[in-house]
Every structure is written in C-alpha cells, then in structure tokens.
Design a protein around this ligand. Structure first.
Ligand code: NAD
Length: 250
C-alpha cells in the first residue's frame, strides 16, 4: 500500500527535472498523476514512464501563465478522474539561456514580466483553477515550489523576487483555505542538479556551503513532497520547508 493510494495530483512542469522526480515519486506512492507541462513531448514521456512502472498518469499540455490554459488543465483532470486532491506548482521560468541576466541594470523589462507571469501568476492561476473542486471535496493539498535563494538573497533578482512572492502567496492562501481542510505549503530547494546538460562545476560550487556537503539531486526533494501531499501533513499549513542539505537555516 502506498501513502498516496488513489489520490489525484497535478504536477506542473512535470516533464523534466525536479517536476519529473515529483511525478515519478508520487506515482510510486500510489497517486494518479497529471503531468502538466508546456512541453508536450516531455509531459508525454514522463506519463509513459509512470505507466510503464504500473501507475496511472495523464499528460496535459498547459501554459501556467494563461488563465484559460490553467482552467482547461483542471477541467481535463476532473473529467478524467472526477477530483483533484493535490497540486504541485513547480513550473518555472529560470534556467539560462532563457534568463539573460540577474542584475538590476541589465534585466530586460519584458523578461521581468515573463518571470513573474510564469513563476508567480502561474501558481495563482493554477490554484484558482482547482480550488473550487478542492472546496467541494472539503480537502486538498497545495505545494508551491519556492527557492532557498529567498532566504539567502543570492542569485537572480527577478527570479528570487518571484519566489519571494510564492512564499508570501503560500501564507495568505493557507489562511484563506483552512476552513475547507485545504493545506497550502511550500518547498524551497537549494541549487539542484536538474539539468544534465549544465556543467557539474556549477552544482559543485554550492557544496561547501552545506551541512551535508554534496550536490543536491531532484530525488532529494521527493520525500518532502510526499509528506506534504499525504494526510500526515493535514494540520500543517502556510509553511515553507527548506530542503538544501542544511545551507540555509531558519
Ligand atoms: N534547479 C534548481 O537549482 C532549483 C533551485 C531552487 C528552486 N527550484 C525550483 O524548482 C522548480 C523546478 O526546477 P527545475 O530545475 O526542475 O526546472 P526546469 O527548468 O528543469 O523545469 C521546469 C519545467 O517547467 C516547464 N515550464 C516552463 N514554463 C512553463 C509554463 N509556462 N507552463 C507550464 N510548464 C512550464 C518546463 O517545460 C520544464 O519542464 C522550479 O519552480 C524552480 O524555480 C529549482
């Protein structure tokens, strides 16, 4: 028996990296997974991987920054499984070369808008698309992926500002959702080796700042997601779990 048997969970940005690890890990605990991503082939590939491992999955193409697209994603999942128990807002716009600079004088204004649209408006739109269903169920689990950079102040200005927004959004939505037994929490990863094409030296660069001195893998984040999606966390809401090998302590 898995800890998430029968639960229906949407993972945005589930087609690669950390989102893929969430999708596979939650499916392994018995959840039915909607792998929601803007990239159709990667969403389909992860959904197929889950199917081959013996669990149920559905690939859904979504642009989380579009209200219409987020609503369509929720409708597709409800149409297929009749409910939504969990939502992981993981999709984000932050990897280079999409991000051209993190410095205040160099960030293109339209790039600032794009980062906010995907990373901050995206979770708002996806939560809004599923919250009515969760309220009807009198139960739901929302997990927003923030970043340890919010607490260290290190890294790319617009990206970190968007993730600071995610942390604040998590707290306010938690206050607004408790009456329906909906929990809203956040996971803040450290720099994680989610891109196999990125130079290993970049990931090694953060190791010495950690209490557990090694590179962080996407799989290191899965335990926190399983806990926050399970009934074991039903009385915990509005919180941010930092999972970074003990670099940031708060
Ligand atoms: N990798 C890290 O070092 C790190 C550190 C801290 C926090 N995070 C956070 O963890 C999450 C996952 O990171 P990752 O490294 O796996 O990212 P990634 O770039 O490898 O994957 C992001 C996924 O989101 C999808 N996506 C992008 N824009 C989208 C949109 N508009 N609509 C739907 N899907 C969209 C992409 O297609 C991709 O599959 C992000 O929220 C990121 O900010 C990552």
């Amino acid at each position: 028996m898995g800890r998430l048997d029968g639960r229906v969970i949407i993972v945005t940005g589930g087609g690669q990296g950390i989102g893929r690890a969430f999708a596979l890990g939650l499916a392994n605990e018995g959840a039915k997974i909607a792998v929601a991503d803007i990239n159709r082939p990667s969403a389909e590939s992860v959904a197929a991987e889950i199917g081959e491992a013996g669990s149920e999955a559905l690939a859904v193409v979504v642009d989380v920054s579009s209200e219409e697209s987020a609503k369509a994603m929720a409708a597709t999942v409800i149409d297929r499984w009749g409910r939504v128990d969990g939502l992981i807002n993981n999709a984000a716009f932050f990897q280079r070369p999409q991000i051209t600079s993190g410095l205040i004088e160099e960030i293109p204004v339209d790039e600032w808008d794009k980062v906010m649209a995907v990373n901050l408006k995206g979770p708002f739109l996806c939560c809004r698309a599923v919250i009515g269903q969760m309220k009807q169920q009198m139960y739901g689990k929302i997990v927003n992926i923030s970043s340890g950079t919010v607490f260290s102040g290190r890294s790319i200005l617009h990206y970190v500002a968007s993730k600071g927004g995610v942390t604040a959004f998590t707290r306010v939505l938690a206050k607004q959702s408790g009456d329906w037994n909906i929990t809203v929490n956040s996971i803040a990863p450290g720099l994680t080796a989610s891109d196999p094409e990125r130079d290993e030296i970049i990931y090694q660069g953060r190791v010495s700042a950690r209490s557990i001195p090694r590179v962080e893998a996407p799989e290191d984040l899965v335990g926190a997601a399983i806990f926050l999606m399970s009934s074991e966390s039903d009385f915990m809401t509005g919180q941010t779990m930092v999972v970074d090998g003990g670099a940031v302590m708060r």
